[in-house]
Structure formats: C-alpha cells, structure tokens
Design a protein around this ligand. Structure first.
Ligand code: FES
Length: 118
C-alpha cells in the first residue's frame, strides 16, 4: 500500500461511495419516481417496468423541468415540459438534443432503495 492510499484509509476518505437508504421500492410507482430532498438539491429516484432504479438530480438539462414528473419508458424519462428524453443511467439528453444532468448510483437490496453519495 502506498502512503497516499494509507493516508486515505486512515482519514476515512478513500473516495468510496457511501450508500444511503432513501425509500422503500414499493413507495415508487413503476414507470414513475419519488423525490428525495437533500440539503443541496432534489433527487428523483425512478423505477422502471423491470424494477430497476435510477437516481438523478430532479432538473432537466434543458430548462430545469421537473424530471420526476416525466414518464419513464425503458431506461429513459421524458421531461414533462418540452419532451426531451433523458437517459436514466447517464443523465444525458438523447437524440439531437444536448445536455446532461447529475446522476447517482442507485441499487435495491431487500426491497429498499439506496443511493450512493460521495
Ligand atoms: S425543460 Fe425539459 S425539455 Fe425543456
């Protein structure tokens, strides 16, 4: 182990994700979302038809529309304001549009959704 890695380990800041329990999966409608308010932003947690979960800032890269109010189809969501399609995994606008919103890693364990914060 090099000294930097050792220092990070001792500092408790290894750059590892910190998984935080946010909501029960069954509290999120399929093809819909729940909004999780944090100190710095609202995060939309989406649930797909196959019960995958994705988390991203609840703000469209176009004009900040509330993505949490959009419709999920496959692994993308359509913004309710001007119908941009946003990829849930990358936060990138699809098609000819360009823009990206913050995404967070999300997972389900034993029916509970966790989001990774750094
Ligand atoms: S604000 Fe989302 S498409 Fe315009």
């Amino acid at each position: 182990m090099n000294m930097n890695a050792l220092k990070e380990e001792l500092d408790g800041d290894s750059g590892m994700d910190v998984w935080t329990e946010v909501v029960a999966l069954d509290q999120i409608p399929q093809l819909g979302s729940r909004v999780i308010a944090t100190d710095t932003m609202n995060i939309a947690v989406f649930r797909t038809a196959s019960d995958e979960v994705f988390a991203m800032k609840d703000e469209c890269p176009h004009k900040k529309g509330p993505l949490s109010q959009g419709i999920v189809h496959g692994t993308s969501v359509t913004c309710p304001l001007h119908n941009w399609k946003i990829d849930l995994a990358s936060g990138e606008a699809l098609g000819p549009d360009e823009g990206c919103t913050n995404v967070f890693s999300a997972k389900v364990e034993n029916g509970t959704v966790y989001i990774a914060f750094r």
